[in-house]
Ligand binder design. Structure first.
Ligand code: ACO
Length: 372
């Protein structure tokens, strides 16, 4: 038997999904059939979370019930707070959110008995409990790194406004809240990316939903995946001024560095989410009066196109957008977690509906059989 190795599973179709469709030919991304650009323009992140989990957009009554549930679970309990407090400030914020989710999972005493498709309802409840609490975890971590007290959530605010309120102690202007909400919608789901696949692998063993999310957070942390939004900002910091973009890039390419925020395994002629996020970034650039950032953005993008014909991915506009909003750079990837937990958990539920243990083969290339 000849075994063909597909490194990185590139081009391999692993399973079917009804959650999202990435089409590189038409440069489109559909969540449950809806173009993501349309969702970003017309819906809130809460509506999109509902859509991902339930397959349909909510009616007004369903949305109200969903929002009530989300708003009622935003608080962190003392154990989670204490564990976060105990973690050193040298720990990366992704390690903090990963640990906090692990604690929340360990506190759920209903878990061991509930790891099959019959438990969809219980798993949806757990998905909601993570979705509602991650903003508090991320906001608290950002504040403690700045020596600030935790800000308790406000249940009169929608998801994104409350997230920003808990982080910064005030609700920013609508243009900022809207840009943040758009980023949450765009990051929410992207078929079988590395972290979602990780969540599905963990789920396929009939482990629990928290373990699957913890595994997914670990996969997202890497700079080839979610960690790229943080890395993009380091690139901007390194370049410093727009005039240096081309020279910086030439040197980086000589050194064979991967340019963070560019390229994609599936999209080869541009990431479908970039124009929408770039539009949101432009509103922030205008709001904060930062034409210098716009110039650096454009020059690096043009230089990368001219030299390598490689287009930006979603992390390229979202990195500077989060920076303008006031987040510390190392908090960017946890923001991705806050959004993607919706997609991950939708996939965990889907995996359980028709589960098969994910267990590929390998080609052995070690020594032939020998004896001690
Ligand atoms: N910078 C420089 N060269 C690149 C880049 C990049 N960002 N992306 C691809 N290339 C080059 C590679 O060097 C390679 O060139 P070669 O054939 O001469 O060796 C060629 O393009 C193909 O690249 P691969 O890495 O093999 O393509 P792959 O599909 O495995 O990579 C990936 C996709 C990992 C995203 C890659 O483009 C990358 O590392 N980008 C930077 C990290 C990043 O931005 N990740 C975010 C992904 S999107 C998201 O998570 C929202």
């Amino acid at each position: 038997m000849t075994e063909e190795i597909r490194k990185g599973l590139a081009g391999v179709v692993v399973d079917a999904t009804a959650i999202s469709k990435v089409n590189p030919e038409t440069n489109s991304l559909l969540y449950r059939g809806y173009p993501v650009q349309e969702l970003a323009e017309k819906c809130t992140f809460e509506e999109v979370a509902y859509l991902l989990w339930h397959g349909e957009l909510p009616s007004p009554a369903q949305l109200e019930e969903f929002q009530e549930l989300e708003r009622s679970q935003r608080h962190l309990d003392n154990t989670v707070k204490r564990v976060i407090d105990e973690l050193p400030l040298t720990a990366h914020p992704m390690d903090v959110v990963r640990t906090a989710i692990s604690v929340i999972g360990a506190q759920d005493d209903t878990v061991p008995a509930l790891a099959s498709s019959a438990d969809a309802e219980a798993n949806l409840r757990r998905a909601m409990s993570m979705f509602a609490r991650i903003p508090a975890i991320v906001a608290y971590d950002q504040r403690r790194r700045r020596g600030l007290e935790l800000v308790e959530p406000r249940d009169d605010l929608a998801y994104s406004a409350n997230f920003l309120y808990m982080t910064f102690g005030e609700v920013p202007e609508l243009v900022v809240v809207n840009a943040f909400d758009v980023s949450m919608i765009l990051y929410a789901e992207h078929s079988f990316n590395a972290s979602t696949f990780t969540a599905r692998v963990v789920t396929s063993t009939l482990s629990d939903i928290y373990s699957a999310v913890v595994g997914a957070i670990g996969a997202l942390k890497g700079p080839l995946h979610g960690g790229a939004n943080e890395a993009v900002m380091h690139v901007f910091d390194e370049i410093e001024i727009a005039e240096r973009a081309e020279a910086w890039l030439d040197q980086a390419l000589v050194e064979k560095r991967k340019i963070m925020g560019f390229g994609h395994r599936v999209y080869k002629s541009g990431d479908s989410r970039v124009p929408t996020m770039k539009k949101a970034l432009d509103t922030l650039i205008e709001h904060y009066d930062r034409p210098d950032m716009a110039e650096l953005y454009d020059r690096l993008e043009a230089a990368m196109d001219a030299r390598k014909a490689i287009k930006p991915n979603l992390d390229y506009p979202s990195g500077p957008a989060y920076s303008l909003m006031g987040f510390d750079t190392e908090l960017f990837t946890p923001l991705f977690v806050a959004s993607r937990v919706t997609g991950w958990t939708a996939h965990i539920l889907e995996q359980l509906e028709a589960n098969a243990l994910i267990r590929p083969l390998s080609l052995y290339v070690g020594p032939d059989e020998r004896h001690v």
